[in-house]
Each structure stands twice: as structure tokens, then as C-alpha cells.
Design a protein around this ligand. Sequence first.
Ligand SMILES: CC(C)(COP(=O)(O)OP(=O)(O)OC[C@H]1O[C@@H](n2cnc3c(N)ncnc32)[C@H](O)[C@@H]1OP(=O)(O)O)[C@@H](O)C(=O)NCCC(=O)NCCS
Length: 278
Amino acid sequence: MGIEELDPRTAPDDVLAAAHQVVAEVEAEQTPDEPPPTLAELVAEWRHPPAFLEAPHWLATRAGEPVGLAFLELRDVPHNRAYAEFDIAVTPAARRQGVGTALLEAALHRAHGEGRPLTTGYALAGGAGWAFLERHGFTCRQVERRSRLRTAEVDRALLHGWVQRAAERAGNYSHVGRTGPSPDEHDEAYARESMVMNTAPLDEVEFEDMVITPDQVRAVQASFPDRGIEPWVLCAATTPVSSSPRPTSASRTTAPATPSRTTPASTPPTATGAWAAG
Ligand SMILES: CC(C)(COP(=O)(O)OP(=O)(O)OC[C@H]1O[C@@H](n2cnc3c(N)ncnc32)[C@H](O)[C@@H]1OP(=O)(O)O)[C@@H](O)C(=O)NCCC(=O)NCCS
């Protein structure tokens, strides 16, 4: 078996095609209800990460065939600089032969070399990744539930009723909606409101509060067109939008301000665990 480190921003197309083969096979197994990412989608994401994200990858091959892929996320942001997040995928036919362990060792070696002694990974509850991480000394620090709403099945009458009653419940709010990058004038408020996620429960994960700067917001948004992402954003503002917008809550339907892993949601709801070592 060979393991090759690659930088997906600059790796040759055929190497990315081999990496995609692993991702597509493992995603099809892990989330059978979801179409696996296409080569074009993954290449767009790999080639154009936001400026603050470095993501070295390792491709494992056997007899010229791709059998495993790992990546590490190194974020040049103000918070959690001792952390690095990794993910590993090994094709079903190549499992239990040490490929995952070799990829994990490569990723951990790099993380420690970068001065990041704390590493986190995610695994589906009760799956192979769970046993694998436990075997390597990781402990489960957080269980996360993911649910999917089929928008075609949303109760429109219920939604319409909420909209009708909005004036009586929140009359001092107006909406700021957009598709596409945010105007610069909103970036600061957008960054500030994105940090509301610091109030989300962390269970036993010892993350510092995120510090999201307008520069990070711009870096993420600048990468959207190349990654084929169109953001849909709706904010609630407490004053008329035309004068001084102060969004009080924000939601976006595509990527969060600091992109995290791209595991698709699945149906029925599944639990994933964040595992940490360090
Ligand atoms: C998790 C995964 C990467 C493991 O890859 P792998 O190449 O099979 O791992 P290894 O052969 O190095 O396994 C090392 C040890 O982990 C444990 N392990 C791995 N898979 C296991 C399983 N299905 N059940 C129980 N223990 C398991 C075993 O102790 C194993 O040693 P052993 O085979 O000598 O008993 C692979 O199963 C996979 O891609 N799963 C789907 C994606 C995933 O869950 N990724 C999350 C990882 S962060």
C-alpha cells in the first residue's frame, strides 16, 4: 500500500478523480438515501477552499487502485488554534487491513507538527468509525443528531399562518434577504450574529468560543462562486433596512460562516459523535 500526501488546491486532476472514487463509494454506503457528491462538485470544493483553510489530504492506493482518503482541516482563525479536525474513509473491500490506521497516523503526525495537539473526528453512532476511534484511544465527547426536512412536504398552511401572525408577534422586525454574497455594509453584523452558535451545547467538547470576523465572512463568501454555492440568506433586522441594518438572527441554507465537514444529513435521523484526543 502507498500513501501520498496531496494538496487538493493544486493536485493533478487524475489524483482528485481517484480521491473522489473513495469518497463516492464510502458516502454511498454511509448515506444510501443521498446521491454521492459528483466529481465536479468535489473538485470545485477542493480547488477553492476559503483563504483561512488549509486541508492536506492523504490518498491510499493498493496496486494502483485508490482504497482510502484522509484529510485534516487546519484553520487560520483566532479561536481553537490547538485543534485540527480530520476525517478518514476506506473503501469497504479494503477495510480491517490497517489502511485507516496508516491514514490516521499521517494526519495526526501533521497535526502535531503544526502545533495542534488536539484532534477531533466524527463517526456515525455504532458504526465502524466509532469502534475505530475507540480503538485508537479517542473518547466520545459529543453526540450530535442530524435530521432532514423534505421541503416539498412542509405544511404550507401552517407556515402561512406564522407569516400572517408575524406583525402581532414581532412587529418591530423587518427582513433583509439576499441570494449571493453579502453587501460589505452587513458583513460586520453578519459575523457578530453568526457567533450566536457559541451558545450551542458542546457537551464535553472543550472548544473555545468561535471568533468570526468580517474578514472570515468575506473569505467564505469569496470562495462560493468557484465552489458552485449560491447562498440564500434571510436576516431579521430591528430597524428599517435602508437606514441602519442590525440583523438579530441569521440563517443560511448552504454553508455556515466557518465551513465545517460536509457530511450530508440523512433520513432517518442519525447520531454522530465528535471524538477527541489530545
Ligand atoms: C473507520 C474506517 C476508516 C476504518 O478503516 P480500516 O482501514 O478498516 O481501519 P483499520 O484496519 O486500520 O482498523 C484498525 C482497528 O480499528 C478497529 N476497527 C476498525 N473497524 C472496525 C469495525 N468495523 N468493528 C470493530 N472494530 C473496528 C479494530 O480494532 C481494528 O483493528 P483490527 O482489525 O486488528 O481488529 C472505515 O471503516 C471507514 O471508512 N468507515 C466509514 C467512514 C467512517 O466511519 N469514518 C470515520 C472515521 S474518523
